[in-house]
Every structure is written in C-alpha cells, then in structure tokens.
Design a protein. Structure first.
Length: 291
C-alpha cells in the first residue's frame, strides 16, 4: 500500500482534524489485526472509518463481504481506486456517518451477525462504543482501535480512577481483551497519543428491555456526581429516588451507602438496579391501591 502521506498529496486531500483523521500507515500491522480478529470467509465485516483502505484491503482478502463505512466523501474515490488496484470486489462502500447508520437493518439484510472493525476517531469513540453495545444482538465481535487513554478506561478495574460509567456498561455487555499497542508514529498525521487495539466479544443480554434500561440508568446516575457517595448521587439524580429509598436499596443490595460509584463492581450495580426496580414496583402498587 502507498503511504497515506503520498496518497493524500497525490489526490490533493488534507486530513480534517474535526473528523479525527489519523490514517494507519503500517500495512503489516493492519494485516496482523485482521488475522488476530479471526476474520474468515464466513464473516460479514462492518468497517467503521475505512479511510484510505489500510485495513479494508486485508479485511477484504480474508472476509466474505466488507461493508466499509466512510463519512468523508473526499476520500471515497481514492478508496475505490485502491480497492480496484488490489482487485477486490467484495467491498461495498457506504458513505454515511456511523452514528446515523442502522446496524440492525444491515445485519437483517445480510441475514447474519456482523464483525465490526475499525480505527475509531477519538472524538466519537465513546458514542460509537455505546451504539455497538445497544446493537450488540446484531454483532458477534468488534476489533477496534482506540486512543490509548480511552482503552485504559475500558479495561480499568473498580477503584481505579479511570474506572467509569463506560467501563461498567462495557464489562456488563462484553468480554474485553487488549490485543496490540500502536505508537503514534504508525499513523499519518501523527496523533498526540498512542493507540490500542481492543477486541470486544459481546455476551448474551442478562436483562431484557426495561430491566436493562434501568441498570444503565442507575450506572449513569451513580457516576453523574462521582465525587459524592452512591446514595447522594442517586438521590440527587434524574431517577427521582429519595435519600431514604436510595439508602434502603443500597443496604438491600449489600452495598455500604457511603461508597462511591467507582468502587462498585458490575455485579453490585446489577444488584442495586434490581433493588431500585423492586422499590419502584412497590411504590407503583401503593399508589394504585390508594386510588
């Protein structure tokens, strides 16, 4: 593959900082990532941010089909040219913002779960990850590049200052494994921080519908004011839980009300959400019987 610097200069394209464009400039690493992800002809791949094709090309050589999502229309003709030069015909380019894309509709159209790959722009990495979690019934696994700082947050343990809302939600929904560390000089333009390749294998949902929504709401509320105790964070949140009910739910879940959100494990959050659910049901029953 021609270097990103040469390609972009030849096509008179300047990387856009607002799109978080840092193109992978190490084709050998791209091939290793595709291999480490275990992509085979049985896989239908959804690639997020195809860019200049550094990852698209090795993926297309081992996958049955690749749907390459790219939001920057300036680079699409360049990408098509690179794919044509490589003799690859199993790639369909989708000119769209991944955050606006219906992943479920694509999976249903393909009649299979998707394997998600990509080098995620830093400014939307968290949003993309949340989207993948919400649509995980359509995804078997994801192998994606994050900036190192975010990757460290995703794999942090309870008690670590980097442990937060996204950590808990992802740990609940998936098994996470760090695969590779990539230095900043393996990209063009060179970013300010190194990157980490992370493999995410989604688990079957433990809770369904409203129960899972409540769990995610409890996690959000607990971390909404992370300097406060869990009791105070919950009672001062959008959940509309009064201090007495919050304390009671925590005690019933076996959690000291004076602890803070970053010390709670996923299992403790699940127990806490269950107790808050029970309190809500009891309150609704009381209101119904009183009318």
């Amino acid at each position: 593959m021609t270097s990103p610097r040469v390609l972009l200069k030849g096509w008179q394209i300047r990387p856009k900082k607002q799109l978080g464009q840092n193109f992978l400039a190490a084709p050998d690493i791209a091939a290793k990532i595709a291999a480490k992800a275990g992509v085979s002809m049985e896989d239908t791949v959804l690639e997020i941010g195809a860019g200049l094709g550094a990852l698209t090309i090795p993926l297309a050589r081992c996958a049955g089909k690749v749907y390459a999502v790219e939001t920057d229309r300036r680079v699409v003709p360049l990408l098509k040219t690179e794919l044509l030069a490589a003799g690859l015909e199993n790639v369909q380019i989708i000119e769209k913002d991944i955050l606006q894309m219906d992943i479920g509709a694509l999976a249903q159209q393909c009649r299979t779960q998707l394997t998600v790959m990509g080098n995620l722009p830093y400014h939307i990495s968290s949003q993309v990850l949340v989207k993948l979690i919400k649509h995980r019934q359509w995804i078997n696994r994801a192998v994606v590049m994050f900036q190192k700082e975010l990757a460290q947050r995703l794999i942090a343990a309870p008690g670590d200052k980097r442990y937060g809302r996204l950590t808990v939600v992802l740990t609940y929904a998936a098994k996470v494994e760090r695969l590779y560390e990539l230095t900043a000089d393996q990209f063009f333009p060179k970013p300010k921080i190194d990157s980490t390749v992370v493999k995410v294998v989604f688990k079957p949902a433990e809770k369904a519908g409203d129960d899972e929504k409540l769990l995610f709401d409890v996690i959000k509320a607990a971390f909404g004011q992370r300097r406060k105790t869990v009791k105070n964070a919950l009672s001062g949140s959008f959940l509309n839980v009064d201090p007495h009910a919050a304390e009671n739910a925590l005690i019933q879940a076996g959690i000291d009300p004076q602890r803070r959100a970053e010390t709670l494990s996923v299992e403790e959050f699940i127990r806490l959400a269950d107790q808050i659910g029970h309190i809500r049901v009891a309150a609704d029953t009381t209101r119904s019987s009183g009318t």
